[in-house]
Design a protein around this ligand. Structure first.
Ligand SMILES: [Mn+2]
Length: 557
């Protein structure tokens, strides 16, 4: 992976050498628009409560790998805890499995800065170990953001990713308020550029960016920094695909789309629509619509399986523009009110959100600030007296434990929350002791790997429960579907290397994902005792994978 990071991604055009000396006109030369597909992360996080299982991804990986996306987002955000809590899957195993199944495509994750993939600030040692394990397991691109756009909370993540040879995509959260403007976003981007970002992402998590704002912002960014600009938006308000087209006019390098069958509503604009819209223009993506159609077919079938997790939003929701509440937050509010039997107060809560947000210094509404603002807004309405109840997380926010809000916190709200206490003036994580020693101590009687330790440090309870279930499974000699596939992948790859003919060869190519798996596993799974799969998977992790990685050629993507 380090090879990938240093050899391929650090080409002069995108790399640390940066073509700062080239004239602005050269930088603005229009080339094909590149696409990141979010189908394996944000799309199902937005539409299906992050419930898609790895077994529903594997069969289509070979096709995904042929598309020529700039990257595939498939890790991070809410997937990590969701996998251990709800899917009984090891997130690291998914990562390695997808890495194997898609050797030609950059794999991308969403990293919440110092919050990693969780909901609080973690100590630097946990962050560092997470990045090390992530790169080792096959991640290429790390999209790093902080909910408050506080760059102090992103620096350590950027440093570790850089050091490990990953691609640093530094993001700022796009939001609207009297304290935010395109000018200020450009300043933020320059700050990130100066910290050696490899690309800049405009992270419009609520789908607020208008076509003209997108044009203006991208144009300004292209004039100021010479690294790729990546636009991420959601369809919630109905403007995202228009914003993408205008951003394309302004020279945006990459946009985030989702394959049609998991697009629109709270997800991203449809990949195929953007591809078709740009056909024959200077920004033609060059992607194959027939291949995309096959991928869409697959996910259309998959989506049906997860019907129970579908959100309520079907078309677009202009409320998002009025209240600036991202899609995920809308469904959270829904649930919170349902739990309290106060669903009839929904509209009041929605109207309370912008007031609370203003009083709390206009944080962008994204995890975890969206939960903080949403919870307080709900309490303000449900209790009947504003700020009569203030939960600990909100007090901590006011104390500065999440970072520095974009604007001043309302003095009265501050007094109600923390009295005369002085808020923090340093990076919140500077106050944290290393956390891995404690995690190690807690796991001393539990067999675990380095990355298990990271999982535990992030989500102790979920991880521990997951480890127990996993151990029981292994004892019974059962394998997770991911492992089965990983082993098959290893056999295929090793066969490719040594030229040995194994039965797997019949299942190569298109047949592998569907037919191949069932056929291969027949008569194989029973033979895999825990000891044997340990061997198989470590062989896979070393010989098979490393060699596949060497053969990866991402140069022309
Ligand atoms: Mn998103």
């Amino acid at each position: 992976m380090t090879i990938l990071g240093t050899r391929v991604l650090r080409e002069p055009r995108y790399g640390t050498t940066k073509y700062a000396k080239s004239p602005p006109s050269a930088r603005l030369t229009m080339t094909k628009l590149m696409i990141t597909d979010t189908v394996l992360r944000d799309a199902h996080q937005s539409l299906l409560a992050t419930r898609m299982k790895t077994e529903d991804m594997i069969p289509v990986c070979e096709k995904l790998d042929k598309v020529g996306y700039w990257s595939l987002e498939m890790f991070g955000g809410a997937t990590f805890d969701s996998m251990m809590r709800f899917l009984d899957e090891d997130p690291w195993e998914r990562l390695e499995t997808l890495r194997d199944a898609m050797p030609h495509t950059r794999l991308q994750m969403l990293l919440r800065g110092q919050n990693i993939v969780g909901y609080r600030h973690y100590a630097d040692d946990v962050l560092e170990a997470f990045v090390v394990e992530g790169v080792k397991a096959g991640l290429d691109v790390f999209r790093i953001f902080d909910a408050l756009n506080d760059v102090r909370n992103m620096k350590a993540a950027m440093k570790f990713v850089k050091r490990e040879g990953g691609f640093v995509e530094a993001s700022f959260c796009y939001t609207l308020s009297p304290f935010h403007s395109n000018e200020k976003f450009v300043e933020k981007a320059k700050e990130l550029y100066a910290l050696d970002a490899d690309s800049i992402c405009i992270k419009d998590m609520a789908g607020l960016i208008s076509p003209e704002a997108a044009y203006d912002l991208v144009k300004r960014l292209k004039e100021e920094v010479d690294i790729p600009i990546h636009l991420h938006s959601h369809y919630t308000s109905g403007m995202a695909s228009m914003a993408y087209l205008r951003a394309a006019d302004a020279g945006v390098d990459i946009v985030d789309c989702a394959i049609s069958s998991l697009s629109m509503a709270t997800s991203q604009p449809a990949t195929e629509s953007i591809v078709e819209a740009l056909k024959g223009t200077p920004r033609d993506t060059g992607l194959d619509l027939n291949l995309l159609a096959e991928i869409a077919d697959h996910f259309r079938r998959v989506r049906r399986k997860y019907g129970q997790f579908e959100g309520s939003l079907q078309g677009v929701n202009p409320q998002v523009l009025v209240f600036q509440v991202p899609g995920g937050m809308l469904s959270n509010l829904d649930n919170q009110l349902k739990e309290q039997g106060a669903l009839d107060r929904y509209d009041e809560v929605l109207a309370e959100v912008p007031r609370v947000r203003a009083e709390l210094g206009y944080p962008p509404l994204v995890t975890p600030s969206s939960q903080i603002v949403g919870t307080q807004a709900t309490l303000n309405v449900v209790t009947g007296k504003r700020y009569s109840v203030i939960p600990t997380e909100i007090k901590q926010y006011v104390r500065g434990y999440y970072g520095r809000p974009p604007a001043e916190i309302d003095p009265e709200v501050k007094r109600l929350a923390i009295g005369d206490e002085e808020p923090l003036d340093c990076r919140p994580a500077d106050l944290l002791e290393p956390e891995l020693p404690k995690a190690r101590e807690a796991l001393k009687d539990v067999p675990h790997t380095d990355r298990d330790l990271v999982s535990y440090a992030l989500f102790p309870q979920y991880a521990l429960n997951f480890f127990k279930r996993r151990a029981a499974k292994r004892k019974r000699g059962e394998m997770t579907p991911e492992l089965e596939v990983a082993i098959i992948a290893s056999v295929l790859h090793m066969e490719g290397i040594s030229g040995r003919t194994v039965r797997a060869s019949a299942a190569r190519g298109d047949a592998w994902p569907d037919a191949g798996r069932a056929e291969l596993m027949e008569g194989r799974s029973s033979g895999y005792t825990p000891a044997r799969w340990e061997r198989a998977s470590s062989a896979w992790a070393t010989a098979g994978r490393r060699d596949t990685m060497k053969r990866r050629d991402l140069g022309g993507v």
